[in-house]
Design a binder for this molecule. Structure first.
Ligand SMILES: [Ca+2]
Length: 428
């Protein structure tokens, strides 16, 4: 019991500061039972099939029951294609988001407010790119996700999310600017969107940003964590706890679900989110998926559709990090609120994620890869018909907090970690 309590306490402390610099926030190693270790060894020689046990073997935090079979702890899978994990550089400083330039190099954001370019062939990291607005990098804040304009080749426009400090607090903000021809600075940086309300806190900013096929932006915004702000995830008159859909000028997209609704912000696309830090489009269906930090035992994978309510803090499979149940009444399902496609109890701590559309490792086609922070692994999810049917843990031996996972132009996966490392994952 005592060990369990200590584990939970450490977990709670880590979750409370999931964005804090890893230099004083060492990743935890998951505790594994003897059976799990035995299974892992046996699995080395097995091929993937549906008989593998779920990868999660630890006790759940609650006795809540999933809404459908396969919503949590699905069968394990194991990659059979030999693949290698190569350390490209360890010289980044709390990197948060990455995007591939057309020549293969990666443009990376760093939490303290800098961007750098990494040459993936030599591992060389550029000087800090100047010209970015100041960020509030206390707690989980800072320079967060980024996206390159679809016409970046000609426009050189970069879009990014950051926590902006203003009088009375801070908020999640979206900015854009042009990467100078000499790549030394961002020119004409301009804030195009500011989440509401401004709040004096250091947690749950969300922070991913992706372009859709029409050239508009989806941005995930956290609910700022505290009890007084979390309820606003259900409030359409503010944008915290939502995923917004805006133009490159920061205006609501004209066919957004609440565009004609009085007292609702027209930029909101979906709501009832806690701290969504993953956004990615499925390469075949084109649908938007999001990973979200839930409370203890309630991390979620959601399929995002316009106007949907994802339930926080009314329904959740998690409990408070200090142990109390959440909700009044305490429920996990409710009419009119979306169920997660998948959830983790204990948690994954899901940050950046991407679907694999490369051909180097054929069995990974259309699989989802999600970076886990305090779980210290990348989750590989096999998805069929919008359901998770297989789960694998990758890079478990690294002891890293995986902040983002992207696919490079070479079809390999790249992942950045809070410790400042960039790894390439590709076939042998
Ligand atoms: Ca939810």
């Amino acid at each position: 019991m005592k060990n369990n309590f200590i584990t939970y306490f450490l977990l709670a402390m880590l979750m409370a500061c999931n964005g804090v610099d890893s230099s004083y926030n060492k990743p935890t190693q998951s505790t594994e039972s003897d059976a799990a270790v035995e299974y892992k060894e046996a699995a080395e020689t097995q091929v993937a099939d549906e008989t593998l046990p779920p990868v999660e073997t630890r006790e759940a935090n609650s006795d809540y029951q999933p809404a459908f079979k396969g919503q949590t702890r699905v069968a394990g899978v194991k990659t059979t294609t030999p693949y290698k994990v190569v350390l490209i550089t360890e010289d980044l400083r709390s990197p948060w988001g990455a995007a591939a330039l057309s020549d293969g190099r990666l443009l990376v954001t760093e939490k303290a407010g800098t961007m750098r370019i990494v040459d993936i062939d030599t591992g060389q990291v550029s000087e800090a790119i100047s010209g970015l607005p100041e960020v509030d990098d206390r707690g989980q804040g800072g320079l967060l996700g980024l996206a390159l304009a679809p016409d970046f080749e000609s426009s050189r426009m970069v879009y990014w999310v950051f926590s902006e400090r203003v009088k009375g607090g801070n908020h999640t903000a979206v900015a854009k600017g042009r990467l100078a021809d000499n790549e030394a600075r961002i020119e004409g940086a301009e804030v195009i969107y500011r989440a509401t309300p401004t709040y004096d806190g250091k947690l749950h900013y969300g922070g991913r940003i992706v372009f859709d096929q029409d050239g508009d932006l989806f941005v995930s915004i956290g609910e700022r964590s505290d009890r007084e702000t979390r309820v606003k995830a259900q409030d359409l008159s503010v944008s915290i706890g939502s995923i917004i859909h805006i133009t490159t000028e920061g205006e609501p997209v004209s066919d957004n679900p609440f565009i004609d609704l009085d007292d609702a912000l027209a930029e909101i696309y979906s709501y009832g989110h806690r701290n969504p830090q993953g956004l990615a489009f499925h390469p075949v269906t084109g649908e938007l998926w999001s990973g979200e930090f839930g409370p203890r035992g309630g991390d979620e994978l959601n399929l995002i559709k316009p106007g949907n309510n994802y339930g926080w803090p009314v329904i959740t499979y998690g409990i408070e990090y200090m142990g109390a149940a959440i909700g009044d009444p305490v429920i996990q399902q409710k009419e009119g609120m979306e169920q997660p496609v998948y959830y983790w109890d204990p948690v994954l701590s899901p940050s950046g994620m991407t679907f694999y559309s490369g051909t180097n490792i054929p069995e990974w086609e259309n699989n989802l890869f999600m970076g886990g922070l305090n779980s210290s692994h990348i989750a590989r999810l096999v998805i069929e018909d919008n359901r998770v049917v297989g789960e694998e843990r990758l890079l478990t031996d690294k002891g890293e907090r995986f902040r983002d996972v992207i696919q490079g132009n070479d079809g390999a996966l790249y992942t950045i970690t809070d410790a400042g490392n960039l790894y390439k994952i590709d076939k042998q």
